[in-house]
Ligand binder design. Structure first.
Ligand code: TXA
Ligand code: MG
Length: 300
C-alpha cells in the first residue's frame, strides 16, 4: 500500500479497474470507476459492506450530471447549483451510465461533487464518475486522514491519495430529491436551516425503511463504549482514569472536524469509555448529535 499525492498514478489505477482512497472535504472515500462492476465489487469486499447498500457517485462538476442523473426536480437543480462543490449528496432518478452494482438495483442514485482540490483534479482527468463510500470497515468510524485509511483497510488499498486532514470531518448531508418535499436522509455540514432557506420549505424527515446505511441505529462506532452527556460539567462528574471526555461545544466546526480523529485516538489510548458532550441541536450540531447517537447506540 502506498500513500502520496500523485494524481496521475491515482487516475491510472482507477482506469485499470483498481481501487484508490481519495480525500474529500468531509471524509476519505474508497473510490472506483462507477462504470466498472468488478471494481465496484472490490469496494464492497474491502469494506465488508452488504451489497444492497448503495454508493454515492462523485462527479467533477454540475455540468457532468448528464448521463448520471435522470430528470432533475426543481429542488435538485437548486441544491446542486448552489451547494456544489460541497458537502451535499442528492438522491435523484438514475441516468443511463449508472449500473445496478452502484445503487443495489434502486431506481435512484446518490450524486455529489466534493470540494477537495486533489480529488477534483482527479475527477477532471477521468471521463467517468467515481463511486466511493467512506474508506472504513463497514459500521466503523469514518477516516479523516490518510493514516486512518491505512490503519483500517491496510494492504487492500493499492494507493491512498493523501490530501491532508478533511476540513469538515463528518459525511455529506444527504437529501432525497425524489420525494416532495425532499427528505433529509443524513444531516451534515449543509444544515437543515440552510436547506429550508434554499428550498423555500423545510426538508421532511426520512420515512420508510432505512435507505442510507448511516440511518441504521448503530453505525460510526469506536471500540470503546460511548456515553452521551448534555454539558461539560456532567462530563467532568463522570470522568474516571479509564474514560476520556470529548466535545468542543463552543466551536462546532472544530468539534465536527476532529470528532472521528478523537474517537480513534481514544480507542488507540485504550480507554474503555468515551464521554461525549452533545452540542445544541441547531446548525452543524444536528450532524454531530446524529453521529454521536449512532456511536453510542447498542451494538449488534
Ligand atoms: O461525505 C460523504 O458522503 C462520503 C464521502 C466519501 O463522499 N461518503 C459517504 O459514503 O459517506 P457512504 O457510502 O459511507 O454513505 C453514503 C450513504 C449511504 O448511507 C447510502 O445508503 C446512501 O448514501 N445512499 C447512496 N445512494 C442512495 C440512494 N440511491 N438512495 C438512498 N440512499 C443512498
Ligand atoms: Mg460510511
Amino acid at each position: 500500500m502506498r500513500i502520496g499525492d500523485d494524481v496521475d498514478l491515482a487516475a491510472r489505477i482507477l482506469r485499470d479497474g483498481g481501487v484508490v482512497a481519495i480525500p474529500t472535504e468531509t471524509v476519505y472515500g474508497l473510490a472506483a470507476d462507477a462504470t466498472q462492476p468488478d471494481a465496484i465489487a472490490r469496494i464492497f469486499e474491502l469494506k465488508g459492506r452488504p451489497r444492497s447498500h448503495p454508493l454515492i457517485v462523485h462527479l467533477a462538476g454540475v455540468e457532468q450530471l448528464d448521463g448520471w442523473a435522470g430528470e432533475l426536480s426543481r429542488a435538485a437543480l437548486t441544491l446542486t447549483q448552489t451547494c456544489w462543490p460541497g458537502p451535499l449528496t442528492v438522491v435523484v432518478p438514475r441516468g443511463a451510465r449508472v449500473i445496478d452494482a452502484v445503487t443495489g438495483g434502486r431506481p435512484s442514485v446518490g450524486l455529489r461533487v466534493p470540494a477537495h482540490p486533489l480529488t477534483l483534479e482527479l475527477l477532471q482527468r477521468l471521463d467517468t464518475g467515481l463511486a466511493a463510500p467512506s474508506a472504513n470497515r463497514f459500521g466503523h468510524v469514518s477516516p479523516t486522514t490518510a493514516q486512518h485509511v491505512a490503519n483500517d483497510l491496510g494492504a487492500g488499498v493499492g494507493y491512498i491519495l493523501d490530501g491532508g486532514a478533511c476540513p469538515v470531518g463528518v459525511e455529506s448531508t444527504i437529501v432525497d430529491c425524489t420525494t416532495e418535499p425532499p427528505q433529509l436522509l443524513r444531516p451534515g455540514a449543509i444544515t437543515w436551516e440552510e436547506l429550508a432557506t434554499l428550498l423555500g420549505t423545510p426538508p421532511a424527515a426520512a420515512t420508510g425503511p432505512a435507505r442510507a446505511s448511516g440511518m441504521l441505529a448503530s453505525h460510526y462506532a469506536p471500540r470503546a463504549r460511548v456515553v452521551l452527556v448534555n454539558s461539560p460539567a456532567e462530563a467532568e462528574a463522570l470522568h474516571t482514569p479509564n474514560s476520556r471526555i470529548i466535545g468542543d461545544v463552543d466551536d462546532l466546526a472544530t468539534y465536527a472536524a476532529t470528532l472521528y480523529a478523537q474517537l480513534r485516538a481514544a480507542d488507540d489510548a485504550g480507554v474503555d469509555t468515551i464521554i461525549a458532550v452533545l452540542p445544541p441541536a441547531a446548525g452543524l450540531g444536528h450532524a454531530i448529535r446524529d453521529r454521536l447517537g449512532k456511536a453510542a447506540a447498542p451494538r449488534p
